[in-house]
Write a new protein. Structure first.
Length: 429
């Protein structure tokens, strides 16, 4: 796909994916349009060479794959893994609070957002809602993307907080609760009532929900040359999008290629749809089994496999150059970033780095390297967590960002295109 078209496609994908659930829904829509067949874990899998398939895990994780012509035990699995979730806020059960007629909602922080960036913005909510059915194990399920400017988290004015520009501690239980409406002091806004009206169900039939806040501001291209991508949830929907588009655009039929969108990376991956679960291990076993591989051949396939753990990376910041390593200084639009750490918070080693360096060299894809300053403790991602579940060699990479974990992040048009190119060429080797 052409560079600018890919960037605009990414922005639209993110705008239409205000929650992990809609990231999966929109991924499914792209896969369906490209002729992929949906599989279900409760059914027998009948796969064939040349086939294109996908399966969702608890609505917020997704795995898509194509079966190549070469025997998997020899070619291995070519895997690009990312995640569907981003930092923010979840709405708690029984969330309604009335303070002097101001109706606010009780929320809980999810992951590690930059809390200050959520103030004074138009917000709404998205997620899934469960409604009573005749079968307790199979409630009715609705996905909702409330398309209205509904909430706002108002700042305290500077006249009542004179030290605000000197830095202030934000209390997540007190300071970040969104305002939704004003009513009589004895009347409470009802979230369930709003949900019932929107979904056209009876209020007393609503059993539970998984809902998050999202910013209503649309993404855009900006910069003097239109070179920047400004939008929320670049971490990590940009990585999911790059892997997805590389898979659906791949014309090479030899390799068996897999794109994974885990959930819950921002909170440790401890869920059945997270990297710290047997999800990928089980799915690969089912693929091998459906393709008539023996246990021994499946183990050979894993030994011949390679995984790109794809998550956002840090660009150097022009206002805080001292925060970066002095000899490894990745920046926006200078290429995808190989992430390394001596403590193995990233899985990159000399071997896996050489693999990606060779692909980048052969296809003239710019590449960069990130390591933390030695006096700064950095983050981690799905790479090492996934390796604790399944023994596949691999690497951690990502596109460089500014404002990571802000409600609105900044990336590069060139970087997203080159990440797409890198994964595309990886699928062909």
């Amino acid at each position: 796909m052409e560079k600018l078209k890919l960037a605009k496609h990414l922005i639209n994908f993110i705008d239409e994916s205000p929650s992990n659930y809609f990231a999966c829904i929109n991924t499914k829509n792209i896969l369906n349009d490209k002729g992929f067949i949906e599989l279900f874990e409760t059914e027998e899998w009948k796969l064939k060479k040349g086939g294109k398939y996908f399966v969702t895990i608890n609505d917020s994780g997704i795995i898509a794959f194509t079966i190549g012509s070469e025997k998997i035990s020899k070619s291995g699995y070519k895997i690009a893994a990312s995640h569907t979730d981003s930092p923010g806020f979840l709405i708690k059960p029984s969330p309604e609070i009335n303070r002097k007629g101001f109706n606010i909602l009780n929320t809980e922080v999810y992951g590690g957002p930059i809390l200050s960036t959520w103030f004074d913005r138009s917000l709404s909510f998205s997620g899934r809602v469960f409604v009573e059915s005749d079968n307790a194990l199979k409630p009715k399920k609705y996905f909702i993307k409330y398309d209205k400017d509904l909430f706002i988290i108002p700042s305290l004015c500077i006249h009542q907080n004179r030290g605000v520009n000197d830095g202030m501690a934000i209390n997540a239980q007190k300071d970040t609760l969104p305002l939704v409406t004003i009513t009589d002091e004895n009347e409470k806004f009802s979230l369930k009532k709003l949900l019932a009206k929107q979904l056209k169900v009876k209020e007393d039939k609503i059993l539970s929900y998984d809902l998050n806040l999202y910013s209503r501001e649309k993404g855009c291209l900006l910069g003097a040359k239109g070179e920047f991508i400004s939008v929320g949830r670049l971490d990590n929907l940009a990585a999911l999008h790059a892997g997805l588009m590389s898979l659906v655009d791949n014309k090479d039929k030899r390799n068996t290629c897999v794109v994974v969108g885990y959930d819950n990376e921002e909170i440790g991956s401890n869920s059945i749809q997270g990297a710290d679960s047997p999800t990928l291990k089980n799915i690969l076993e089912r693929i091998s089994n459906a393709m008539k591989l023996s246990f021994e051949e499946h183990q050979q396939a894993l030994a011949n496999s390679f995984v790109i753990s794809n998550d956002a990376a840090h660009s150097i910041h022009p206002n805080y150059l001292e925060k970066s390593d002095p000899t490894n200084e990745p920046k926006i639009n200078a290429g995808p970033v190989i992430k390394m750490a001596a403590n193995k918070s990233y899985i990159t080693d000399g071997y896996s780095k050489s693999v990606i360096e060779k692909i980048a060299k052969d296809f003239k894809i710019p590449i960069q390297t990130f390591v933390n300053r030695s006096d700064v403790r950095g983050g981690s991602t799905i790479g090492p967590i996934q390796q604790s579940q399944i023994r596949i060699l691999g690497i951690d990479i990502g596109s460089p960002l500014l404002s990571m974990h802000s409600v609105r992040e900044l990336g590069g048009v060139d970087d997203h295109y080159n990440l797409y190119r890198l994964i595309s060429e990886f699928f062909k080797i």
